[in-house]
Design a protein around this ligand. Structure first.
Ligand SMILES: Nc1ncnc2c1ncn2[C@@H]1O[C@H](COP(=O)(O)O)[C@@H](OP(=O)(O)O)[C@H]1O
Ligand SMILES: [Mg+2]
Length: 471
């Protein structure tokens, strides 16, 4: 009624429940020809790719078993898209001092490989050989199904009353655990949103148990890491690894484990946002947006519940921005809109009016002659959508006194700038990520292309003078 494009359709979430026919054991799966075919295909692929070598048993070795993991992928209308199976090693039988640090899993996740490749490039590591037997992208904490399941029972109230879910903590524990494992370095530094304070209290014990189960289940289902079952203490440690303050020296990872928690809780947009700071500058950014359609969501386009969702954006300084589906399609290079006609420049803003003044953005849009209604979505998915030209402008005007955090903008910022866009505060200054956890900036955040930025800054200045009470 107020001109907002309601987005995304809730209908697409109706398909996120695990189909009851997905088997949980080999004996159940082997009763169905479709699952037998899927296992057969997978097994042939593993053989063709020479995934293993058969050797005689060695009495001094700890022989691990393996098991099949099953997943049904659905189209947006609920019909079956694909039956996926993975053969994973039972890493939880690995033993300390024997084989604890060895990797036996015959599968690897493309997302993990991509992240690691980006790390290698950013850190100047030599890449000797990359031998990907089978590349799989599948359910993790970024999964819609996990979102749905968590929403039933796991929303907690943080002491600051913002909604925080088991997923926030679980995602932070998992990303922190993976980064530390992949980057064994004394100087590992992570600036992340959550801390373990509430979980260490008596009242946090049940939540901590749920987080621990979620993270262990995710690791087992994923199959990329053969690690022993993690304990509650491991969870607290992994979450607390994100306690760094960042700053202008050295390298710091910056993580928002679930950005747009309110969107996540509503069943709308959210993002997992990871960036790398080097000497105070963002040099790498990855944005996973599990509910964002692969097709454009800009302007007046009508959205359909049949839209395929799940986008991964990644950007490295000087190397452009790429997008691929979370299902593992080939990445495509994306670019911001090149329009210089402000009338056709549709714009993004927060879904939550409390996060950004809708009155101010409406006044700015009027000055620019923007015809399309605002596209209001949660999280840094806005930066992702902007980077591929779905709209041409992103406006964010929090109330006076609100201090922006670096994890809410670092990944999104490089995703937009590497796609040819400009991100600035309301005075036109670039965002400064070198000051620690906070971005000390003038009034608000704007993102658009180079041609439109001067016009936009002028409209912002005028609107701020006319309605200063909007903030
Ligand atoms: N009063 C407020 N004003 C502006 N931003 C706020 C806010 N309260 C929370 N936020 C931030 O806005 C982010 C969501 O951005 P958006 O409005 O674009 O969806 C939140 O990230 P989290 O959900 O990770 O806490 C949070 O950091
Ligand atoms: Mg956030």
């Amino acid at each position: 009624m107020d001109g907002t494009v309601p987005y995304p359709s809730r209908k697409c979430l109706a398909t996120t429940v695990t189909p009851s026919e997905t088997p949980t054991s080999y004996s159940a799966a082997s009763k169905h020809s479709e699952w037998r075919d899927a296992m057969n295909q997978e097994y042939q692929a593993l053989l063709q790719n020479h995934t293993w070598t058969v050797v005689p048993p060695n009495p001094s070795s700890n022989v691990l078993g393996c098991r099949w993991v099953y997943r049904t992928k659905l189209h947006a209308d609920g019909s079956i898209k694909r039956r996926k199976v993975w053969l994973v090693a039972k890493g939880y039988h690995q033993q300390p001092d024997l084989d604890l640090h060895e990797t036996f899993s015959p599968v690897v996740k493309a997302l993990t490989i991509r992240l690691i490749l980006s790390l290698a490039v950013a850190r100047g590591w030599p890449l000797c050989q990359i031998d990907i037997q089978n590349a799989f992208l599948h359910g993790t904490l970024t999964d819609q199904k996990v979102q749905k399941a968590l929403l039933q029972s796991d929303v907690q109230a943080k002491s600051d009353k913002s909604p925080v879910t088991v997923a926030d903590y679980g995602s932070q524990a998992l990303v922190s655990f993976v980064l530390e494992r992949e980057l064994p370095s004394d100087s590992f530094s992570l600036v992340a949103e959550e801390d373990s304070g509430d979980l260490r209290k008596e009242s946090g014990q049940e939540t901590l148990q749920r987080i621990t189960k979620l993270v262990n289940d995710t690791i087992v289902n994923d199959g990329s890491f053969s690690v022993p079952t993690l304990t509650m203490e491991d969870m607290l440690r992994a979450i607390d690894s994100g306690k760094s303050d960042g700053g202008s020296h050295g390298r710091h990872w910056v993580l928002d484990p679930i950005d747009g928690t309110k969107g996540f809780v509503r069943g709308d947009q959210y993002a997992i946002a990871l960036a790398l700071l080097d000497e105070g500058k963002v040099v790498l950014g990855v944005l996973a947006c599990p509910n964002l359609p692969l097709a454009s969501i800009g302007g007046n386009r009508l959205h359909s519940s049949h839209d395929e969702v799940g986008c991964l954006f990644f950007a490295k300084v000087g190397a452009g921005t790429y997008m691929q589906s979370l299902d593992g399609s080939s990445p495509i290079k994306v670019n911001v809109s090149t329009t210089d006609n402000s009338e056709e420049a549709s714009f993004f803003e927060s879904f939550e009016a409390a996060h950004s003044s809708h009155d101010l953005s409406s006044s700015i849009a009027k000055k620019l002659g923007v015809k399309a209604p605002p596209v209001r979505i949660d999280s840094q998915a806005k930066y992702g959508a902007l980077s591929r030209g779905d709209g041409a402008i992103y406006l964010r005007f929090p109330r006076k006194g609100y201090r922006e955090k670096i994890w809410d903008h670092a990944a999104g910022c490089i995703v937009v700038t590497e796609a040819g866009g400009v991100v600035a505060d309301a005075a036109g200054n670039p965002l400064d990520f070198s000051k620690g956890k906070y971005l000390d900036l003038d009034t608000g955040i704007l993102a658009t292309n180079e041609k439109l930025m001067p016009l936009l800054l002028k409209a912002v200045r005028e609107s701020l003078e006319e309605i200063p009470s909007a903030l």
